[in-house]
Ligand binder design. Sequence first.
Ligand SMILES: *Cc1c(COP(=O)(O)O)cnc(C)c1O
Length: 404
Amino acid sequence: MNTTVAQPLLTDAAELIAIEDRFGAQNYHPLDVVIERGSGAWVYDVEGRRYLDMLAAYSAVNQGHCHPAILQAMVEQAQKITLTSRAFRNDQLPMLLRELSELTGYEMALLMNSGAEAVETALKMARKWGETVKGIAPDRADIIVCDQNFHGRTISIVGFSSEAQYKRGFGPFPGGFRSVPFGDVEALRAAITPETCAFLVEPIQGEAGVVMPPDGYLREVESLCRQHDVLLIVDEIQAGLGRTGKLFAHQYDDVRPDVVILGKALSGGFYPVSAVISSQEILGVFQPGDHGSTFGGNPLACAVARAALRVISDEELPERSAKLGAYALHRLRNMRSASIRAVRGRGLWLAVELDRPARGLCERLQKRGVLCKETHDTIIRIAPPLVIEEDDLAWGLDQIEAVL
Ligand SMILES: *Cc1c(COP(=O)(O)O)cnc(C)c1O
């Protein structure tokens, strides 16, 4: 029987779940909610039930589900040209590059697709900068990362993860990476050698459970990196583009990283688009043929990203995140529950750490119409689309309070 793929209107959730589990690799443990459509902060399952999305696809839909302006840009571009490959030029890439520069103040960008690809791109760029600009001997440039980091799932990236499951069974891994505790400037100082080309860090560690470094950490890191001619690479894939209440989370420390990595909300969830943004001196190390991607910088991706960035500015999403985030943090901090061990966050990027596994709680929230996902077993992350209405957020927090 090959009828399963030919039934796009199958609406029985249990059957769809069974098909997915039968025909798909099980590299995730999703909540059993089968989503069919969404709008703003709300999604609807195949049986017509409505849920408030408190995860926003790990901050890829900061602009809300199916934002009409991004949708329009995508449809219009898809009717014109979608992919040229960079063997040829297209009329969208230059516009996106200039708009990114105007928005961020960085001179240049290199477009990729997934976040992990942009991280890989930044690592390759840093190594080549280390050799050709800093003068590190060939094949010696090393990169320092942080314990509990999350930068994606490629072999080299999981190779420097401290999460055993991310690595188990996937070795051997490339060398040239060393890890220091997050938030510890002295550990970084001790780890830097003349062969260090870069320090890669998340401004707030999202997957680790919205872990915030001590105040001023990035500022001290920046001056240390400057002093030793080490590139400061900040992974803003999840933290950036408004999530924390500023355009970039590193702006809270008033620093200017040498390299910023973007992904997720760069497309508002429509399409994978990522970017490495930096200076002419650093991105200039790439020569024709050094690096590439068939889909990177394609016109459909660029049209979508341009619209996604416009929504962030036009709808003042960083300001919205700061305001709603302060309200949500206040509400969470005032919840009376013996099982809460800690509440933290910045903007609409919050975490509640429990004294027990959070999965059951997420399942109970699902029954009440709120979608949350646990991270590291005992932590619930709260990160709705930044367009969420204040009343909806209040209602979602009511449900969390009831379940706690
Ligand atoms: C999600 C994420 C990545 C990886 O992005 P993908 O698009 O899943 O490859 C990298 N870094 C951070 C901080 C992320 O949150």
